[in-house]
Design a protein around this ligand. Sequence first.
Ligand SMILES: NC(=O)C1=CN([C@@H]2O[C@H](COP(=O)(O)OP(=O)(O)OC[C@H]3O[C@@H](n4cnc5c(N)ncnc54)[C@H](O)[C@@H]3O)[C@@H](O)[C@H]2O)C=CC1
Ligand SMILES: O=C(O)C(=O)Cc1ccc(O)cc1
Length: 289
Amino acid sequence: MFERVAVFGVGLIGGSFALALDRINGARRIVGVGRNSPSSRANLERALQLGVIDEIARDEEEALRGTDLVMLAAPVQQTEALLAAIQPHLTLHAIVTDAGSTKQNVVEAAQRALGGKFPQFVPGHPIAGKENSGVEAAEATLYDGKRCILTPLSDTAGHAFERVRDMWTACGAVVSSMDPAQHDRVFASVSHLPHLLAFALVAAIAREDDAAVKFAHAGGGFRDFTRIAASSPEMWRDICLANKPALLRELTAFEQEVALLRRLINDGDADAVQREFARAREIRGALRF
Ligand SMILES: NC(=O)C1=CN([C@@H]2O[C@H](COP(=O)(O)OP(=O)(O)OC[C@H]3O[C@@H](n4cnc5c(N)ncnc54)[C@H](O)[C@@H]3O)[C@@H](O)[C@H]2O)C=CC1
Ligand SMILES: O=C(O)C(=O)Cc1ccc(O)cc1
């Protein structure tokens, strides 16, 4: 399918992408690129050892030589700097895509950094993942049966969009398209807010004097609610700041709901509390994932 694929950020998502592509013989050669830090270098070496990538590229020029697909899978606020460094080496037939959890800031970064080459960029977001980071957590089957959303603009090249769509489909994902702003509103609600709340709950309890005894007695409900608080702080910092307006709107709506429940509990209004819980239970029970 592709001759040479360059993956910028060979962690959970980039590593799983490389493994999924390899499984379908989707790339003749896969090259990994990291950032200039000891932990990133160690992660890339491990990726090579695990056979996730075929080689490590030292810089953008080396990574882009003969490359016909670039996948960005680094934290979203790195997008503009990465694309600016890639742009001079990007040949006309090469396609660039990404896996970032936010799309409006990524699209705007790509427009600024790629200029006339922006049509070669296909913004994407696989809705698959877990709380573990790094290449050790990568899995070839991560995207099987999972949604992958593409958010092309009117000037995105049709052939680039089709190749990225077909590639994700071949990797096992169910692909659909969405407008970037709508994407960010949806995921502020069902992904970014829940992660923020999980981090907030653990952080709030940890501040209490008897936190240790409380955590020691936590059961399944607490485990389920806070699993995602073990996710990468850097990645979630970037997502929350990149999707600030939509996330703050969702946070306001959530605060209003919490304020309502606080008032009902304070008033001892048992019927109203039960009605609120029953409504949520019914809605949650009908959801199919
Ligand atoms: N973790 C998840 O469940 C999901 C994450 N995403 C998105 O995928 C992207 C990657 O996330 P993960 O793989 O989970 O994170 P990760 O922490 O496992 O991997 C990110 C990798 O990017 C590298 N990196 C950081 N800055 C870089 C740079 N400037 N150049 C090259 N490499 C760089 C890091 O060293 C690390 O190896 C993020 O944009 C995230 O929003 C999307 C869907 C699900
Ligand atoms: O760990 C989980 O359950 C997730 O929700 C994974 C996830 C994290 C970020 C995304 O943009 C998409 C999926």
